[in-house]
Ligand binder design. Sequence first.
Ligand code: NI
Length: 187
Amino acid sequence: MMMISQTVTANPILKIFKYGDPILRKKVEDVTDFTKLPHLVEQMFNTMYEEHGIGLAANQVGYSLNLLVLDTSCLEGEEDSKPYIFINSEIIESEGSTIMEEGCLSVPDIRAEIERPETIIIKFQDLEQNFHEETFNGLISRVIQHELDHLKGKLFVDYLSPGKKMLIKKRLLEISKNGSPSTGIIL
Ligand code: NI
């Protein structure tokens, strides 16, 4: 893990791929070449901050790699959080269950309550290729699980019941055609 300055804005912002793009459905590859990662990670943070996201998976910006970044510190009650970088990460244990509202930069203007494990233990690598094993809970656990789903080609709307899926079917189609739905919805 390393700190990335939030004031760095020199890098161009990456395009975020939206619902309907096949790259979001393709399982990513593990990172083997770490040399270009610092630049990509910086661009991902800049993109995430610019879009007011709290987590971003590499395949959302066109890189099919096991890499995710997150930073929840912009949220009330999360001020003590910091930027996190997870490379080649994998959940090795999960426990409990909790419901939280989720949204996604690739599925704009749709929010829904999703049930997931409360606590997770993940193993991952940092930019220096060191291996770590760490336990997370609360919002950071939630964001990690959402982003790790991205890396497996899964989106939060996949968890919705058939009835709720019907409710957002038209909006998802609009996102895949125009990049955003004509109206937002909270399920
Ligand atoms: Ni997302």
